[in-house]
Design a protein around this ligand. Structure first.
Ligand code: ADP
Ligand code: MG
Length: 284
């Protein structure tokens, strides 16, 4: 009865159709009634996928994630146009807790842990909405420790005294304790040394493959994000300027030049590169 568009299927690299879990359709976000920040952003996240939302500082990545998880109100922000749906159901009027119940959880930028709690206590706070009993929660704690052996070593340490990498792991681990279907992960690489960034993305990949958790991850670090994601969207100034399978984006000359650091001029924007190319052609 339903055609492909209605069931929201997304084709994958394998050519198979996968269910679209999250669909953001042409949203506009305004802060303080006047500051227009998102100017029509659309994206889709399939079940089981790792989708990257890329773009420089101020592009609108965090705003997009907060719009999805209904966290804009506390920032005096509002979705003024467009729709957000999860598993085909409109979710933009729900409160954040109702979305967590549906299996969508956000790991905020800056890895917020409760500094005065131990690592393990932090992880346990992620399970507070669950009603499936202590044994199940204990099993998931062991599952988190398997993915993050470092957290197991540090489980009795006060989170405030652990390293930046450990705090990021703790924030992701806590999100996993709610048994999510989808994690919205905001700038996991921020402020971390390259080796740690790699470690964290390896764990994201392992959780994606091992537990089937879908990820929408916002990143300025295009290079690492496109090596782990299946699909990417590039945001500039509140608009999606390009999207495609991660491999196609990695090989795209404009992406290479402006986001993968292969130019000596430093990063500009697609708009600049187009006018630059035009000028070059014109002069030649
Ligand atoms: N609470 C807010 N009030 C007003 N403007 C904001 C607020 N939060 C973010 N902005 C603005 O929105 C734009 C996008 O910000 P953000 O979504 O944080 O980008 P990113 O996460 O890509 O760095 C920036 O210009 C930023 O200054
Ligand atoms: Mg941000």
């Amino acid at each position: 009865m339903l055609d492909t568009a209605q069931t929201g299927e997304t084709s994958t690299r394998e050519g198979a159709a996968r269910e679209t879990l999250l669909e953001v359709n042409n949203i506009e976000v305004i802060y303080n009634h006047v500051i227009l920040v998102l100017k029509g952003v659309s994206l889709a996240v399939p079940r089981g996928g790792i989708t990257a939302l890329l773009g420089g500082n101020g592009a609108g990545k965090t705003t997009t994630l907060k719009a999805i998880s209904n966290l804009l109100h506390s920032e005096r922000g509002e979705v003024t146009k467009g729709t957000i749906s999860y598993r085909g159901e409109r979710v933009q009027d729900l409160d954040p807790a109702a979305l967590v119940k549906r299996g969508v959880i956000q790991v905020m930028e800056g890895r917020h842990c409760f500094e005065h709690l131990t690592v393990e206590e932090n992880l346990m706070t992620g399970a507070f909405t669950r009603r499936d009993g202590k044994a199940a929660v204990q099993r998931d704690l062991e599952m988190v420790y398997e993915y993050f052996p470092r957290l197991k070593e540090r489980r009795k340490s006060q989170a405030g005294y652990t390293s930046g990498g450990e705090q990021q792991m703790c924030a992701i681990g806590r999100a996993l304790m709610s048994r999510p279907e989808m994690v919205l992960l905001d700038e996991p690489s921020m402020g971390l040394a390259p080796q740690l960034v790699e470690q964290i993305f390896e764990i994201v990949k392992a959780v994606n493959e091992g537990e089937g958790v879908s990820f929408l991850l916002a990143e300025q670090n295009t290079n690492v994000a496109l090596r782990y994601a299946h699909y990417g969207y590039i945001l500039e100034n509140g608009r999606v300027v390009m999207d495609g399978p991660a491999q196609a984006l990695r090989e795209n000359p404009d992406v290479k030049e402006f986001y993968l650091g292969m130019s000596d001029e430093g990063r500009k924007s697609f708009r600049d590169v187009r006018s630059y190319r035009r000028r070059k052609r014109w002069l030649a």
